[in-house]
Each structure stands twice: as C-alpha cells, then as structure tokens.
Ligand binder design. Sequence first.
Ligand code: 13P
Length: 340
Amino acid sequence: MNRNELARIAHAMVAKGRGILAADESTGTIKKRFDKIKVESSEENRRAYRELLFTAPGAADHISGVIMYDETLRQSTKSGERFADLLSRLGVVPGIKVDAGTKPMPNFPGEVITEGLDGLAGRLAEYHKLGARFAKWRAVIDIGAGIPTRTCIETNAELLARYAALCQEAEIVPIVEPEVLMDGGHSQERCEEVTDAVLEEVFARLYAQRVYLEGIVLKPNMVISGQKAPNRASPAQVAEATVRCLKRHVPSAVPGIAFLSGGQGEAEATHHLDLMNRIGGLPWGLTFSYGRALQATALTAWSGVTAQVPSAQREYLKRARLNGLATQGKYDPALEKQAA
Ligand code: 13P
C-alpha cells in the first residue's frame, strides 16, 4: 500500500474551494430521476446526461472528484474520450461506487445491510486500471420506532471498515459513508444521538481493521431534523450540532469530511455547509459530496433535450460554484437569486 499516494489523493478530494459530485446513481435510481423528467433511461441517455455534467465548462474549478457508477466508468464522451480520462485531464479525480446496494437485514425488520464485499478485491484492481482513484460504499441507518438496533450499527460499521481496508490495499481512497437517513419525523436530538453512536462504531471498526485514517474521506449526514418533523432545527442549529458531533468522533488525522445532501434542498444544503465552515478552527476540511443537491435543477433544465444542454450546464455550474464558496464560508443566500 502506498500511503503517501492515498493521503495525496484524499487531500486533493477535500481541498478548499472544491468538492465532490456524486453522479453514481445506480441504474434503478437514475431511472427514478429520469422518470420524473419523462426521459427514457436508456444507456445512451444516461451517457449523454453524465457527459453534460462532466463537460460543463468551468465545473472543474469547483469539483475535485466525481463518483461514477460501474456503467459510467466504462463510458466515453460522444467524441470518444473515456470519462475517466476526461476527468483526469481536467484535474478531477475519478471515483467509483463499489457497494452493491442495500438489502433487508434478516431478523431485523425495517433495517438494511449493504452488500458488495464478495469479489471486491478483484473489482477494485480492475477499477484502478480503468482510472478510478477513490471509491464509495454507503451504509444506511434508518431512524424509527425501536431502530436502529445495536446489531445493525455494528454490522454496517464492520462492512464499511472491511471495504475501506480492501480499497487502500488496491491504492484507492475509500469514501466511508454511514448515512443516517433524514426521512421520518424524528427530532434533531434523535438524529444527533444516532449519528453519535454510528460514528463512534465506524471509527472503532476502522481502527480494528488498521485502516490508514490519513487516506480516507468521511461522508456523513448532517445532524438535522427528520423531513417530517413538526419543528425543524434552524440552519444555525444544524451547523452547530453537526460540528459538535463530528468533533467528538472524527480524529484529526482524517483529511476531510464531504457531506451527503440526503434529500435537503439545493440552497439548504449549501447554506448548512457554509455555516459550518464559518465556525473555523476545525482540524479537517469540510466539503460537499452532493448528488441531488448539485443536480436537481440541472436535471430538470436538461429534460433530455440536446438544445437545453448549455442551460442545464449553467445550472449545475451555479450549484458547484455556490457550494465551492460554502467550503470557504463565503456563501450568501442572496446569491441564489443570481441567474445561473
Ligand atoms: P445525495 O447528496 O443526493 O444524498 O447523494 C449523495 C450520495 O452519494 C448518497 O450516497
């Protein structure tokens, strides 16, 4: 394992001013997104949409890395340049989602376990040859009556740690993503309690598996009220609780933390990130690894129409730029009113 190389890549992924585009929607998930804009989820449409994102002029100023799905990593631009080559040429680190999605956890109703360790070492070696330099594995923890259970937290944390160790062996930086869902009506306090327990367990397992902490990126949820909670915490409360929770659990050896958006609105996700970065004095970089919060408006602006590619790219660039400002604590919600 080349530790220097792992640390170099991880630092590049979380460098100030830039963040990660999560464009790794599985075939099932992208179909749901395309259904909403009435676009057929054909391989060519998926390719064309990813090309729109990856070739958006100026995006690389704000985007440090892109997470792709297996199919996407093997695709190319219309003119024949492999996506991984295009991104590398632009100074954007190519990444790959390597988990195989979640499955119901036997004996634990309402809880899920992430699959994908079988054959992972072989797949990582191939992904490295295809140009991927970081990977993502998403564990999902739901909050509800009687859940999450200890067993669910422990099992998911163990899988994340084993995945991370395998990645580093293949000289691929693991994004370690334990996502506490924001669905449901739980309070912010409950989210903090669960996120505390999850992060504590994740780092315990990472230590146990001897994962090199300087060569990972943590991708957590923010400490936020459930979507359906009657009284949702304010942006300032989200920023404060999230930083408090991370400070308790994330060693300063970790180069950076790249949040998921998890169903937050685009402006909401940007505002939260900005407020956290205004707190200052933190040992790690705080950036974004957003899927929906970078793509939602751009996807609708495109709606499968080639003539609308430039306006969709401008919408995407606007989000990338505003989130880039948020990584530096320089965002202002008034900027949302500017044209894309
Ligand atoms: P969202 O930002 O849409 O939550 O997606 C990020 C991601 O990669 C979830 O795994």
